[in-house]
Design a protein around this ligand. Structure first.
Ligand SMILES: Cc1cc2nc3c(=O)[nH]c(=O)nc-3n(C[C@H](O)[C@H](O)[C@H](O)COP(=O)(O)OP(=O)(O)OC[C@H]3O[C@@H](n4cnc5c(N)ncnc54)[C@H](O)[C@@H]3O)c2cc1C
Length: 446
């Protein structure tokens, strides 16, 4: 049975919906203003059925944009606060880069020092090689002149962490309703506010809505009658007219089905998550032909959850306009957006480029559908904002499995006051020209 009314209705049982639910319930109780019984999460699938449930699970601070870094530091702290419940592995993270990214990385390192985020910067080709060979004797990636080694961060097990979060939310009295799809948002009366949510199980009247719909966020955007195309003022003051508010990128990930122990550091411990970008051409580990000429990048980690060496490479832009993209069936079930043999060859060759142990291992590539799409905003950074008076939209622009603290900050914004950490992510930045700086990374999320 669906309730006739709820104070706070959250759309989506992914990382953001569940984190918001848990923190909202806890804060309501702490303030003597109610509790989890005032919070309902609805999901058209169930817990972890969206992007959060297929995420690689990497948690890092390494961002070129100061606002992203400050927010990520808050998120890492929350992951660390209950590593067991969140299935979080604090193994650290390494950004390993070519000369064209060195200045950006050095700047990030300096700014991490300024906010007290523990990391080490290694510069120069020889120093980088020596540093990596102290971890893996078979390290051989070329074209590397800087390493940012973040001592915090690492990764978490995607589905297990969401169940941990859901358990906390339910423990605080939150109800999570699976198999319930929001079809429309109802308004009326004297204001623009949303008065009810129309679901496939019936109508629920609401005081507030929090939309955390991940890759489906453009459909909620449409229900809110927000613009599909916007004018974007850049940091120089030039206005770019009629830019699509949403585009999809397809994330390419997969698993090499060796024993995870195969990827351990030489001391027998889990190595940090490795992210390598380089401009040295990538040659096939199968037949030596050139696969990529320009700047390319990969990330990987031994992962007992995925049962192998898991990781990915730069995503590709989905050229179909967002409103025509088939988001469902999602992830591995999609007939359109999973990785192919070409990706397998490229990624496995990239692993072999980095470490000799991966040479000739492509036969162990796990041939199963993997990867998935993410909805990116007009500048590829999140929008965390309130619309129509009482509808809070959490649109992380696919940055966000790691962003577990966003729900906590959103709960504070809803109950107490605006958050300085979320302020740089308002929708108004597009009109005001308050965009985030852009890095030289080949990834749209760095
Ligand atoms: C392959 C892949 C790998 C990734 N790896 C990483 C990573 O390593 N680290 C990282 O930080 N980020 C990663 N990301 C990005 C990250 O997964 C997403 O940014 C994040 O999970 C989004 O969380 P969310 O809660 O907003 O959405 P989701 O987890 O997608 O949850 C949204 C939920 O809303 C539900 N929903 C949607 N519409 C409706 C509706 N109308 N009615 C009811 N329910 C609805 C869906 O069923 C879904 O369960 C990855 C993304 C992909 C695709």
């Amino acid at each position: 049975m669906i309730p006739a009314h709820v104070k706070y209705l959250i759309i989506g049982a992914g990382i953001h919906g569940l984190s918001t639910a848990y923190h909202l319930a806890s804060a309501l109780k702490a303030k003597g203003r109610g509790g989890g019984e005032d919070v309902l999460v609805v999901d058209k699938g169930g817990i972890a059925s969206g992007a959060s449930g297929i995420a690689c699970g990497v948690i890092r601070n390494n961002y070129y944009q100061p606002a992203m870094r400050e927010l990520m530091a808050e998120c890492v702290e929350l992951w660390e606060s209950d590593a067991e419940a969140f299935h979080y592995h604090a193994i650290g993270y390494m950004q390993i880069s070519p000369e064209s990214m060195r200045a950006d990385v050095a700047q990030i390192a300096a700014e991490q020092q300024a906010i007290g985020y523990d990391s080490e910067l290694i510069e120069g080709a020889e120093a980088c090689r020596k540093y990596m060979r102290a971890i893996f004797a078979d390290w051989r990636a070329e074209g590397i002149t800087s390493i940012l080694h973040e001592k915090r961060g690492g990764y978490a097990n995607n589905r297990a962490s969401l169940y941990g979060l859901a358990q906390k939310a339910e423990g605080a009295g939150v109800r999570i309703l699976s198999g319930t799809e929001v079809l429309g948002l109802v308004s009326g009366g004297n204001s623009d506010a949303i008065t009810a949510v129309e679901t496939d199980k019936g109508r629920i009247s609401v005081d507030q809505v929090i939309a955390a719909a991940g890759p489906w966020v453009p459909s909620i955007w449409r229900m809110l009658e927000l613009p599909e195309r916007i004018d974007v003022k850049d940091t120089k003051g030039d206005v770019h007219a009629d830019v699509p508010m949403w585009v999809y990128w397809c994330l390419q990930e997969g698993t090499l089905g060796v024993e995870p122990g195969f990827g351990m550091a030489d001391d027998g411990n889990m190595p940090p998550v490795i992210h390598v970008d380089t401009d040295v051409p990538l040659r096939s580990d199968v037949d030596g032909r050139t696969l990529v000429e320009d700047l390319w990048g990969i990330y990987y980690k031994p992962d007992f959850n995925f049962g192998g060496i898991q990781g990915g490479a730069a995503p590709y832009l989905v050229k179909t306009p967002a409103e025509s993209v088939a988001v469902d069936p999602y992830g591995p079930d999609s007939p359109e957006f999973t990785v192919d043999d070409r990706f397998a060859e490229t990624w496995c060759s990239a692993l072999a480029f980095c470490q000799k142990r991966y040479e000739g291992q492509i036969g162990k590539w796990r041939k199963e559908p993997s990867g998935g799409i993410g909805a990116f905003t007009a500048d590829s950074f999140p929008v965390f904002d309130r619309f129509r008076d009482n509808c809070y939209v959490i649109a992380d622009s696919n940055h966000g499995y790691k962003m577990i603290a966003v729900g906590k900050l959103v709960a504070e914004e809803i109950l107490v006051a605006p958050s300085a950490l979320l302020q740089p992510f308002r929708f108004s930045r597009f009109a005001e020209g308050k965009l985030h700086p852009v890095s030289n990374s080949p990834f749209p999320w760095s």
